[in-house]
Unconditional design. Structure first.
Length: 427
């Protein structure tokens, strides 16, 4: 099942190897300390460094160790929940604003990559989303037809009879094409973003976990194994890796494993058959599968939630392969070259949150869809720290709630996922 050069690490690290650890000495004093060096933390740092604030980004592991160099590279507006659901819960104006900012996060990312000249295969390739039942196909069309004009985006339905024009599979009951959705190479995006952040004057240090943060007058003392740093402002950008150093946040995010495999290079004709328009692809199941071709259009990169907390790719790879073959039996001879996982952060309301707690800034909770949102929210957090009064977002206005007795260990995940799997089978 595996290639001879199989690696239990992200395929993206081949083109964008993770930076070597450095033994950099930490400064005694700094204006801004940022915890987490993924898209959120680096976008925050870019804003604060360019505003002239001395900026230090710390990561517990190699820089970009978290989701930001592990994801599927699929970029979409990313706000979960249908418009009627959001409207019922938050009112019409807020629902519209939530969807608007989701759409804006895509244009933000596109404009950022272009203006910073980051070479990461950004492409508005569009998405095909397969309907897992005829009922869902009809319901999707109906719900898209009733979207208010303020948040309308292009889409069209593809009936099952035409499905092969979009995907080399008969698994679905038709689907929807969203031509605006995009793809990028997540590792190279992170690499380019890191380079710009360092050029802007920020310092980024890996293998340096923040163990504790305490208030110190108007500022903070940030404790790490390499010493204590006195800082004026702190930003938390730890998303699905949020730990005990920030207990209030840990009680508000639910870490869930997401798993991916990449195949060896495929025959060009086979790859073109699987994805004729080279779109990003996913489906309507709540326990979703997401997949695409690699930027060179030769490998299948296939992801999904085949476990909850499992961190050993040797366990998740065979399960993912089995799911991949249900969609694409043509891949039965394709060997797996890479297998990896990462922890995304869900929230109880399935929305991202940007805000302040005890004087510390935070941005997190992208619910598995943060390639666009993390940069958007991180940039917003950086602008807020730098004193930009226009840095406002609806993601700061919604209460960031937890649940009684939840301390960061999601004991309820297994029954919830079992319920959603059953629901997927029945709808
Ligand atoms: C397998 C997988 C597939 C995905 N696919 C997609 C996709 O196709 N499209 C999409 O939109 N989203 C996708 N996502 C989600 C997306 O990648 C994330 O939402 C986004 O990268 C989050 O960025 P971040 O910077 O907030 O967090 P991360 O990139 O996870 O960074 C958080 C960092 O914080 C560090 N950290 C934690 N605690 C400490 C501490 N105490 N001290 C110092 N550092 C600390 C961690 O080491 C980590 O590097 C996927 C995620 C995974 C795991």
């Amino acid at each position: 099942m595996y290639t001879d050069d199989y690696k239990a690490e992200p395929f993206w690290w081949k083109a964008a190897p993770r930076p070597e650890p450095s033994d950099e000495v930490l400064p005694d004093h700094i204006d801004v300390a940022i915890v987490g060096a993924g898209y959120t933390g680096l976008h925050t740092a870019l804003q604060t460094a360019r505003a002239g604030l001395s900026t230090l980004v710390l990561d517990a592991d190699v820089l970009g160790f978290g989701c930001s160099s592990r994801n599927g590279g699929q970029v979409s507006p990313s706000i979960k929940g249908s418009f009627p659901h959001l409207e019922k819960r938050y009112g019409r104006a807020t629902a519209i604003q939530l969807l608007r900012e989701g759409i804006e996060s895509m244009s933000f990312t596109e404009a950022f990559i272009a203006s910073e000249n980051i070479d990461c295969n950004w492409e508005r390739c569009g998405r095909f989303s397969g309907a897992h039942s005829p009922k869902i196909y009809e319901a999707t069309a109906k719900s898209l037809e009733t979207l208010p004009s303020e948040v309308a985006f292009p889409w069209h339905m593809v009936p099952r009879s035409d499905q092969r024009s979009e995907i080399g599979s008969d698994f679905y009951h038709g689907g929807t094409v969203y031509p605006d959705h995009a793809a990028l190479d997540p590792g190279r995006y992170h690499q380019g973003l890191l380079a710009r952040t360092i050029e802007a004057g920020a310092t980024a240090v890996g293998d340096c976990a923040v163990e504790r943060i305490e208030r110190n007058g108007n500022g903070f003392r940030v404790h790490t194994p390499r010493g204590v740093v006195n800082v004026r402002q702190v930003a938390i950008a730890t998303n699905g890796y949020t730990g005990s150093a920030t207990g209030w946040l840990r009680r508000r995010v639910i870490p869930i494993g997401s798993y991916i495999i990449a195949t060896e290079p495929l025959d060009e004709d086979l790859a073109a058959e699987l994805s004729p328009h080279n779109r990003v692809m996913s489906d309507s199941r709540k326990v979703v599968f997401y997949y695409r071709l690699s930027p060179d259009r030769r490998r299948m990169v296939f992801g999904g939630r085949v476990a909850l907390k499992e961190t050993d790719p040797a366990v998740s790879a065979p399960r993912l392969r089995e799911e991949m073959l249900k969609l694409f039996p043509q891949l039965s001879d394709a060997r797996i070259s890479h297998s990896w996982m990462g922890f995304v952060a869900y929230t109880f309301d399935e929305l991202p949150h940007v805000g302040e707690i005890d004087g510390m800034h935070f941005a997190m909770g992208y619910c598995g869809s943060g390639v666009g949102l993390a940069g958007y929210c991180g940039s917003l957090m950086g602008r807020k720290i730098a004193g930009d009064k226009d840095a406002r977002s609806v993601f700061s206005e919604i209460n960031f709630s937890t649940r009684p007795l939840y301390s960061g260990n999601p004991w309820f995940l297994a029954p919830s996922i079992a319920y959603y799997k059953l629901k997927d089978r029945l709808t």
